[in-house]
Design a protein around this ligand. Sequence first.
Ligand code: ATP
Ligand code: MN
Length: 479
Amino acid sequence: MSYLPIQQVLKQAPVGTDVTIKGWVRTKRESKNAVFVAINDGSTIHNIQAVAETGQLAEDTLKLITTGACVAITGQLVESQGAGQAVEVKIANVQIYGSADPEKYPLQPKRHSLEFLREIAHLRPRTNTFSAILRVRHALAFAVHQYFNDNGFYYLNTPIITASDAEGAGEMFRVTTLDAIKPPLTEEGKVDYSQDFFGRETNLTVSGQLEGELGAMALGKIYTFGPTFRAENSNTTRHLAEFWMIEPEMAFHELEDNMNLAEDFVKTVIRYAVQHCADDLAFLDNRLKEEEKTRKKEEQSEMGLLEKLQFVISNEFVRLTYTEAIDILVNSKPAKKGQFQYEVKWGVDLQSEHERYLVEKHFKKPVILTNYPREIKAFYMKQDADGKTVRAMDVLFPGIGEIIGGSQREDDLDKLVARMQEVGIEPEALWWYLDTRRFGSAPHAGFGLGFERLVLFVTGMGNIRDVIPFPRAPKSAEF
Ligand code: ATP
Ligand code: MN
């Protein structure tokens, strides 16, 4: 049986034609003369209403049309008598694909908490909220590829299993085929990874950047967009153990070019979502407004979701150095009143409370911070002439904090090696990375955008676990 996605039926099927739709029952309502069934197939936030006259459907069939059941319905598309929809399907035939025992089906047509829905992540895509999020997520992913393709970047697939720790933070998941109970040991009693699958210790990647740089030194402009893993036991609303990262890397780009690209890139993909996900974003905007009503007045945000997206697209990001930001923070009200949880002074890594103060209270705009102290940034960042700072840039967003982290890279071999030795990374272990500085080195820059943080911002959700289909976090890998 050929059928049309509900999205197409609602948008373009002519009234009077016969259509077949297939989807999951959201609600069934019976009145004196008719039975109304609302069906959704995931192609749009909107349900389609199908109507049968009372007594028209066999009792057995009617009983199986319950919330969650999957059905195929054929009938004429007619103008709707009721309010709320322009058209509806006059049921001629119903086929039940799969019933859903109403006693057991966990998704009832009422508001469920996000916490509860996380426990049924296998079913939550069938809710309005999660189907909207997943469609927006798809649109953003598409826009990412489109942006880079339009701007002359090549999509480079960097390895997921690696033997290097790009961030030097050591929060990695080990990949091994060794016996977990009795691994082979060396003479010193340590695990003998030379007997492991790859003949060495390997992990899931925390970033594709190092290999991305190799690509940029050959193809000019590349980007990666792939799964990334961090075993950080942080349990925050902004961290996942498995997330998707977008990492462009460009030859002949310096810090300023890097900032320009980052700003243009995020604005362009957000604009794409605003233009192509109008219905879903309107729904999420509304959802957020309802949620805000339950909050205290002072915790409510001044802008709605759509306003906030428009605001980011149409305003220039504020750019300032880390040193200037520290000045602002040290002299801020919360610092003077001791309201920051973490101390703020030159040299410390900014905490999310500091980032959010700058963005939400002080500038009320997205902010790009540059030239951080070298001690708190990765070894590969280009050192400034003052010997104190590096050409780093972090993009900070309202409600999120850091959404992008990037830098111009150190292209001078001697400086890079010296820095590695200072922080205790053996240059020999990264001989292949250093070869790009030995042979045809060039100024280059890049950044990493956590895809879920972008989806979080665009959907207005509050927890990163709600913007990826099956979240991976400490003690959570069920689905
Ligand atoms: P944070 O300080 O927020 O932990 P980070 O400094 O560790 O971020 P980077 O190493 O610069 O982040 O990674 C680049 C980007 O990847 C970040 O700007 C963020 O968008 C994203 N990101 C980092 N860690 C996570 C995570 N655990 N889950 C989801 N996204 C992440
Ligand atoms: Mn981190």
